[in-house]
Design a protein around this ligand. Structure first.
Ligand code: ATP
Length: 322
């Protein structure tokens, strides 16, 4: 868990899950709960969650390398359902996905966000059953209307102003008139604290501000799910905390479900649940009773201390550090 600012977070560790769902002895508490398909497991967290948004059963993904017989098993036995302790992603939930490099985090996010299709098992996202034959147009229209995406590198259109960037998904969906589009884009930019940056180009904004525009853009079609791949990976400490606080507010205010991949363990304090993915499967799930924020001051001093300790460790033993 995050070491700074997460004092109120209570950690439950269900332990290692195995593919049969039986798990090891640490899992007994959760796995011994009898959960039928009808009964909904209520996780022991402070907030009430809404309907199931994403479920999966024994979902897997194998990549076939073009022009080669080589197959890469990126994911297998991914269960997000009520028959397992790893319950579905629900409305209002903030899920963080962590794990070692190459473990399958991005592949998982891409499948949950309909950017890719599974080639084994079942996946249901916002009522849509997704399989290897689901056509591109169906996926594209679901993505545009129901899911928001935020990436590490912001991915804003460089020749468009902040407000035009936020209007773009609404233009593509083409459901509201120009005036209303602009009004909503301005309102969203105000919501993320950028009301005085409407006409700025991305190159005229700081990294944290660009990520705020990207979040406003991701929210423009009022998605039920926001997927975030390392959204603070390129940001400094202050901007990281600001963006995370903003995401938490959005999660709490609008019941938007957030699924976020990060390598940063200190951000776990913000989540309701942390899923660890390693070697293509869930290896651990942690429930966080109370979401909490990091404070910039506390977190900076914690990082500074950690950095200093690391530097001291690297110094030759003959050198005395006072
Ligand atoms: N398009 C692809 N074709 C072939 N193999 C792939 C493809 N995408 C991912 N993989 C493989 O699938 C596995 C999981 O990759 P993935 O990118 O999901 O991991 P990750 O946990 O997100 O890693 P990182 O933290 O380094 O971003 C890796 O072994 C990777 O090499």
């Amino acid at each position: 868990m995050g070491k700074a600012g997460s004092k109120e977070a209570v950690e439950e560790e269900p332990g290692i899950l195995d593919s049969s769902g039986e798990g090891d002895s640490d899992l007994d508490d959760l796995d011994s709960v009898e959960v039928s398909q009808e009964a909904r497991y209520e996780p022991p967290i402070d907030k009430m969650l809404g309907e199931d948004l994403i479920t999966s059963k024994e979902m897997g993904k194998i990549f076939q390398l073009p022009g080669s017989a080589l197959r890469v098993k990126a994911l297998e036995h991914i269960n997000l359902n009520h028959a397992n302790s790893t319950y579905p992603v629900r409305a209002g939930e903030f899920v963080i996905v962590r794990g070692p490099s190459g473990g399958g985090k991005t592949t998982l996010l891409n499948l949950l966000g309909l950017l890719d299709r599974p080639n084994g098992g079942e996946l249901r996202v916002l009522g849509l059953d997704v399989h290897s034959e689901t056509n591109d147009r169906t996926l594209a229209s679901f993505r545009l209307e129901k899911i928001g995406y935020v990436f590490q590198t912001f991915n804003l259109m460089s020749a468009m102003s902040a407000v035009e960037n936020v209007e773009l998904p609404m233009m593509m969906l083409n459901k509201i008139k120009r005036k209303e589009r602009r009004r909503r884009a301005v309102e969203l930019l105000r919501r993320v604290g950028l009301e005085d940056r409407l006409e700025h180009l991305p190159s005229e904004l700081s990294g944290g501000e660009q990520q705020r525009v990207a979040i406003a853009r991701a929210l423009s079609n009022k998605p039920q799910i926001l997927l975030l791949d390392e959204p603070t990976g390129d940001l400094d400490v202050a901007a990281t905390v600001e963006i995370m606080n903003l995401l938490l507010e959005i999660n709490l205010e609008q019941q938007t479900a957030l699924v976020m991949v990060t390598h940063n363990p200190d951000l776990e304090a913000y989540a309701d649940r942390i899923l660890y993915v390693e070697d293509g499967t869930f290896t651990r799930q942690v429930l966080n009773k109370t979401q909490s924020r990091l404070s910039v001051a506390e977190y900076s001093s914690f990082l500074e201390h950690a950095e200093r300790t690391a530097v001291e460790r690297e110094l030759p033993s003959a050198v005395t550090v006072t």
